[in-house]
Structure formats: C-alpha cells, structure tokens
Ligand binder design. Structure first.
Ligand code: SF4
Length: 417
C-alpha cells in the first residue's frame, strides 16, 4: 500500500492552502534543506561524513548467507558484519540472529527492563513534516500546558510510581521557548529521578541551560538519513535543515548532557540504510564521547489524525525484529527503546530478546493524564494526539506483565551525588 501523506483542511485560509500546495508541488518554493538558518550553531564535526560515506557505499543486495553466518560466528561484530545482518540475506536466519541478540542482551543488561513515560507539554509546531499529526497545516486542537498544568500532570504520573519522564513538545520556538521547557525540567526534577527531553534541536549553550534546569538526556529523531527523501518530507520550518538536526546529539553532549537517543522513523525511506545510518551515528559518537550513555529507538510510521492511510510500508514486525537484533549484536551495551507505537505482543517479545526500555502509561495528547490515569474528566481542554498508539498499558499493568514474562522491571538506576 502506498503512503498518502497530503491532507487538506477546509479550515485553512485560501492563502495558507495555496502556500501548502506550492510547497508540496513546487520544489523551487522550498528553502535549501542543507543550508543552516540564521542562529543555528555550526559545529565542525567529522561524524556526519563518516556515517554518510558508509551509507552511500552500502549495497545490501550483495550480502550472502555465507556473510551472515560469518557475522554470527564472529565474537565482535564489525561494521561489515552489521551490514550483513541488516541485509535481506539475513532474513532466513532470524531465529539464530535473535538467539545471539538475546545472549548479548543478557550479558549486558541481565533480565532487566527499564520503564518510563512520555509527557507532551505542547503540540504547537512550526514545521511541515507531511507524515506527522502535529504539522502546522493539520487541523487539530493545539494546546500548551501552563506551568501549573505541567505540575499537576507530573504529580499524577509520579503518583503512579514512575521515576523517569520524557518531556516532549511540538517544534515551536515561539510557543514553547527554551525558558518554558527549562521550567518544565525544573518541575520534573522535583518529581522524577531521570528527565529526558525530546524537543526541537537547539544550540550547545541552550542544551547546557536545559541540563542545568534538570534534563540529562536528549533524544532527537533524524527521521531519515536519506537527504533527498528528507527534503521531500520536511517542507517547511527549521526542521527542514538536515545537517543541523544531525549534529543535535553532539551539541547536547557538548552542552553537558549525560546521554543521547537516536532514531530514524522506519518506513519513510529505505529502512535498511536508515537503520545502518542510525546505528553508525551512535557508533561513531560513542567512540568520540566514550562516557556518554547512548540509546536507539525504532519507531515505525503510524496513522495520524485526519490521515489513517499512513503505514510503515515494507517494515513489518519481522523486519523490525531483524533491525533490533542487528543493533544489539553490533552494539551490545547500547539501550534500545521500543515505543507504544508497537503492539503489546511485539513489545512483550522483543524485550526478552533485544530491547531494554519500554514506555508505559502513554498518552501522546496534551493535558490528558488526569482523565487517562484517574478516569476523571479533565477541567481543561485537551490537545490532540501526535499519532495513534498501539499499546496503552498503564505502569501497573506493564510492571506486572513484565514480571510475568520473567523480567525485572526497573524504574530508575541513576543516583545523583
Ligand atoms: S514531526 Fe515534530 S517537527 Fe514535524 S510536524 Fe511533527 S511535531 Fe512538528
């Protein structure tokens, strides 16, 4: 099934609709996606070149069963081995790949599984990513929580027992400025031991400020490392600038963050190349910043409000499992997160093989934890959700389910001294 990204809204003014159509149909109306915008910091890093030269030379059709078997027999997985494990030739060996991944996970993480929850504090966005429910042209209920509302939502989440939170916003500097996000981080440190951020990429000094406010982990999804495809999917806004996004995690580490998360949105472009690029992005940065804690996620496309035709194309659960197991074998010590975009049964299985972290009590809407956690109707308007989730288990249910799977759920393993 082909993806049909573009949607129209009868609520757009004729001028906005015309601009939207122009952006979609006339590439010359769009800005250069490889050119930095004013105010964007340029760091002179060699990571991008290293990653992209490997990806450019990756012809996965050339790998054979022999290469896959050799990769599984090597004690340390080289980049070449990893490429073989990601190739179509590896698909018939999925059972053996999963067994090796499971053994590596056990060596480095025991039978633990980390639990966390995301909190969306705003859904305003100035970008036009055509596949996302928050994009500036999608007709949804927009909302930004006040500091009091954030406090209330965090308290409700903390009362459920959660100790790690991931704060998210849409990408709007004007509506969700750095100081606003900083205040949210300060509040979060009152309630949680670990505070992660998934916000628009910022400069090093801004990451430093957010770290001082209490955040210690930054996740940025590159969406796709295919720059041509990226150009066609991110039509407007600062997110359109591909290289600034690429260097976000490095700026975060330079700003003092303890760790960083990475991912491509599988299904947007060639998923094997995107998986290779995501992992190498981590691999090379880890060598440059050996102290940093790194993690990979593996989101696939999900339907969004006003467009239920979006789907993850050729990335079925089998392929997703292959990618995650290959990640684990290539980088045994890296955290792997599986979000609620995936089904309960897939998540229950993959945490026993390759994944180490799983979200629970998830809502991708704004200000709706009170109603979702307590069943009480919230007294404030709620903002719409970014995408449909597939697994809506509460923390309690997830904790019990993970225990029943023979795993040890962990809410926090970090001590501030
Ligand atoms: S993916 Fe992020 S930046 Fe793009 S429209 Fe959605 S919220 Fe905005």
């Amino acid at each position: 099934m082909e993806n049909s990204f573009f949607i129209d809204s009868d609520k757009l003014s004729p001028a906005a609709l015309e601009k939207k159509h122009r952006l979609e149909n006339d590439p010359s109306s769009r800005t250069n996606h490889m050119e930095y915008m004013e105010g964007m910091e340029i760091i002179h890093s060699d990571i991008c070149e290293k990653v992209m030269s490997q990806v450019a030379g990756y012809d996965y059709s050339k790998y054979t069963a022999h290469d896959v078997i050799a990769a599984l027999e090597h004690e340390n997985c080289s980049i070449e081995d990893f490429k073989a494990l990601l190739s179509p030739a590896a698909e018939p060996f999925l059972e053996r790949i999963a067994q090796r991944a499971k053994a590596e996970t056990g060596k480095h993480f025991g039978n633990t599984v980390y639990l966390f929850t995301p909190l969306y504090i705003a859904n305003y966005c100035e970008n036009y990513c055509v596949y996302c429910g928050f994009n500036c042209y999608n007709d949804i209920r927009r909302m930004k929580l006040s500091i009091e509302q954030i406090d209330r939502e965090m308290k409700i989440i903390a009362d459920s027992g959660m100790e790690e939170i991931l704060i998210l916003t849409g990408e709007s500097r004007s509506k969700s400025g750095i100081e606003y996000i900083g205040e949210a981080c300060k509040l979060a440190r009152k309630y949680f031991r670990m505070v992660g951020l998934e916000i628009y990429p910022v400069n090093t000094d801004e990451y430093r400020y957010l770290h001082e406010c209490g955040a210690d982990y930054v996740t940025v999804f590159q969406e796709t490392y295919d720059t041509e495809k990226y150009e066609k999917l991110h039509l407007m806004g600062h997110k359109r600038v591909w290289p600034y996004r690429f260097d976000a995690q490095e700026r975060a580490l330079m700003g003092g963050m303890r760790g960083a998360g990475f991912s491509a949105l599988l299904g947007l472009a060639d998923f094997r190349k995107d998986a290779l690029a995501s992992a190498l992005h981590v691999y090379y940065l880890q060598r440059k910043y050996p102290h940093a804690e790194m993690s990979l996620s593996c989101p696939r496309l999900r339907p969004i409000i006003n467009n239920d035709k979006i789907n993850p194309l050729d990335v079925h659960e089998t392929q997703l499992c292959q990618v995650l197991c290959a990640y684990r074998i290539f980088m045994p010590f890296v955290g792997i997160t599986v979000s609620s975009r995936e089904s309960e049964s897939f998540r229950n299985g993959i945490v026993k093989i390759a994944a180490t972290k799983i979200s629970a009590g998830v809502s991708t809407g704004i200000g709706d934890h009170e109603s979702k956690y307590s069943g009480k109707k919230s007294d404030s308007t709620e903002g719409d959700e970014q995408f449909e989730i597939s697994d809506d288990r509460s923390l309690d249910k997830m904790y019990n389910d993970m225990s029943a799977e023979g795993l040890q759920p962990v809410l926090n393993d970090y001590i501030y001294v």
